[in-house]
Design a protein around this ligand. Structure first.
Ligand code: B12
Length: 191
């Protein structure tokens, strides 16, 4: 399957996207990123023709990305949209938004690979764990439980920095690279 992550330029490389891309590529799927602002962004979406369009979001960016997604759907109407990150984890009812096909709650590596493998094989995706999935025909929302958290982070391999560097040379050229050796928050935060 062909996957496209759309994000805006942030002050640093996005570890979520890099780790998801690692898992997606290791499972044999294709994966690219596109950063906005880019005058040709919609042209690039049309040219790549992704099967799945992915967005990683914090709260506050959700209306913006919902709008971006509606524009994406005008040029690739069959592309399946997946939203993940803190906002969909806290507020999965975001799936009710027009144009949103699914949201992923919590860790995404195993979830997105499961989803893509099922799509590739033409299998049912409605009971895919971690996802809330909207049936395109009936509008019914399938609310699935989350799978257990990853126990051994070393199994994930290294984040795929290429996906970010290919899409945004500024990240490749900067001396500042981002590393995180844990998941979640060491304080009592809920995320
Ligand atoms: C590093 C960091 C930043 C960096 C990079 C952000 C980024 N998007 O990569 C910078 C400095 C830019 C930043 C900025 C901000 N941040 Co910040 N940041 C973090 C921090 C400390 C770690 C994030 C991280 O890299 N985690 C590691 C990766 C691997 O995890 P992840 O990104 O969550 O991704 C996993 C899952 O969420 C999921 N997933 C994520 N995206 C997707 C997409 C799909 C399609 C799928 C299937 C799955 C999926 O799968 C990934 C792998 O398992 C978190 C704290 C935390 N505990 O997470 C706060 C946190 C994300 N930030 C937060 C906030 C508030 C902000 C700002 C709004 C601050 C501000 N006032 O400007 C901005 C928003 C910028 C933006 N548009 O994202 C909040 C978000 C709360 C919320 N309700 O959304 C957090 C949770 C801190 C907190 N506890 O309050 N941040």
């Amino acid at each position: 399957m062909k996957v496209l992550f759309i994000d805006e330029y942030l002050p640093q490389e996005m570890l979520g996207i890099m780790w998801l891309s690692r898992a997606i590529k290791d499972a044999g799927h294709e994966c690219k990123a596109l950063f906005i602002p880019d005058k040709k962004w919609l042209e690039k979406v049309r040219e790549y023709e992704p099967d799945v369009v992915c967005y990683s979001m914090t709260t506050g960016m959700h209306l913006y990305f919902a709008d971006i997604n509606r524009k994406v759907k005008q040029v690739v109407p069959n592309a399946f949209s997946v939203f993940g990150g803190p906002h969909p984890t806290f507020s999965p009812e975001f799936v009710e938004t027009e144009g949103v096909d699914s949201v992923c709650r919590g860790e995404g590596e195993a979830a997105i690979v499961d989803l893509l493998d099922r799509m590739q094989a033409g299998r049912d995706i409605r009971d895919c764990e971690n996802f809330w999935i909207k049936d395109r025909k009936t509008g019914e929302i399938h609310k699935n439980p989350q799978r257990p958290l990853i126990q051994d982070l070393d199994h994930l391999g290294f984040p795929d920095r290429d996906i970010i560097y290919e899409a945004g040379a500024i990240y490749r050229n900067t001396d500042r690279k981002v590393f995180v050796s844990q998941r979640g928050c060491p304080m009592p935060c809920s995320f």
